[in-house]
Write a protein that binds this ligand. Structure first.
Ligand code: SF4
Length: 376
């Protein structure tokens, strides 16, 4: 089914309405009216500054708004300005980010804050080119920071708006290349109240034009929407099919000795780099924590520490990229605590320090078992 509004111009491949200034005006009014009634009240929209918007945009990369809210509020309490962030050490920054995942974002944000303070006297850049020269800031993030904080006229393209634009254009994933979607967003961009405009498009994409079961019956844009006209809106703009998952078995051990526990900081290039973790070893299909006698030599090889017996703790499950990890956990006492035999960056850490160190999600859980003296 095709109607005159969503018909496509053969020469440009764009919907005909896009070339019509009156139609674009009607489209913008429909978006703004909807937003005035349905805007989401999010903390980073309340008091906008370059720094606050920057922090929120980095946190929102690959993470939903509802998840980000408490992290954003805590982070700003700890680091209320770019100078305070630049002065912090990386461990403090990662501790504040702990649980939000994709830790490279936090490390880049920290590096960029240091760069702003060191090279730009603490003034966050006000142009897209300068912002994009900082670590962790790409075209979308720079456009978002400037449009939300300063109302500068920059179009945006992120996960929610990408899906929304693809559906409006009834574009397959090949036809809806980022280049053509950026061009579409720029054609739609109004001259004034840019921050509201970009927020409105994100909210429409996040709430009505959701990946599954878009709520077209409540959407103000059906007149202009090619996917709606096609009768199968959901099939447009959805992500690639999920990749197959791979199960992994691992073993983690809390090793104690005289009020200290054995940990290491995960290295650059490893999962969760910069966070601290209890000793872990990957298990083969034939290995199980229940058979710890056979694993003792591998543990010694990994850490340089010998342990005699170990008691079982609950098994944890978590995922990283396409891997689903089943983490069998044990608790043990080291035979004797020596520092000179430690390998692979393992260190004896005071138990009290666990609260301050940035830990992996599973290590935090295990640390809670230690501090409460039991498992829940
Ligand atoms: S009509 Fe449906 S598919 Fe089109 S933009 Fe609205 S919610 Fe999305």
């Amino acid at each position: 089914m095709t109607d005159s509004t969503t018909a496509v111009d053969a020469a440009s491949g764009s919907p005909s309405w896009l070339a019509d200034a009156r139609q674009r005006g009607s489209f913008r009014r429909a978006v703004r009216r909807w937003y005035a009634r349905h805007r989401r009240d999010l903390p980073w929209r309340r008091h906008r500054s370059l720094y606050r918007v920057w922090v929120s945009e980095i946190m929102l990369q690959q993470t939903q708004a509802a998840t980000v809210v408490p992290y954003y509020q805590r982070f700003l309490k700890s680091f209320p300005s770019v100078r305070r962030l630049a002065l912090a050490d990386e461990e403090q920054v990662l501790r504040a980010w702990e649980g939000l995942g994709y830790y490279r974002r936090a490390r880049n944000l920290h590096q960029a804050a240091k760069q702003v303070v060191r090279d730009l006297q603490g003034r966050i850049p006000r142009t897209r080119e300068q912002l994009q020269a900082l670590p962790g800031i790409g075209r979308y993030t720079a456009a978002a920071i400037l449009s939300f904080a300063l109302d500068q006229p920059h179009a945006i393209l992120e996960a929610n708006t990408r899906r929304l634009y693809r559906r409006l254009l009834a574009a397959s994933s090949e036809a809806g290349s980022d280049r053509s979607l950026w061009a579409f967003a720029e054609t739609l961009l109004p001259r004034v109240r840019i921050a509201d405009w970009n927020d409105a498009l994100i909210d429409l994409g996040a709430t009505l034009c959701s990946p599954r079961q878009p709520q077209c019956s409540r959407c103000p844009l059906t007149r202009w929407c090619g996917a709606f006209t096609s009768g199968d809106a959901e099939s447009f703009g959805t992500a690639k099919p999920a990749t197959e998952t791979t199960p992994l078995e691992e073993l983690a051990i809390i090793v104690e000795s005289g009020g200290k526990v054995l940990l290491r900081e995960r290295r650059e290039g490893e999962w969760w780099s910069g966070l601290w973790d209890f000793p872990r070893i990957r298990l083969s299909d034939a290995e199980s924590a229940a058979d710890f006698d056979r694993l003792r030599s591998r543990f010694l090889q990994e850490t340089g520490i010998e342990i005699d017996t170990a008691v079982s703790l609950p098994t944890l499950r978590h995922s990283v990229t396409r891997y689903h990890i089943r983490l069998q956990c044990l608790r043990a006492e080291a035979d004797n605590r020596t520092d000179d035999r430690l390998r692979n960056g393992y260190r004896w850490i005071d138990r009290e320090q666990l609260e301050r160190l940035p830990l992996t999600a599973t290590a935090r859980k295990m640390a809670q078992w230690l501090s409460t003296g039991g498992v829940d």
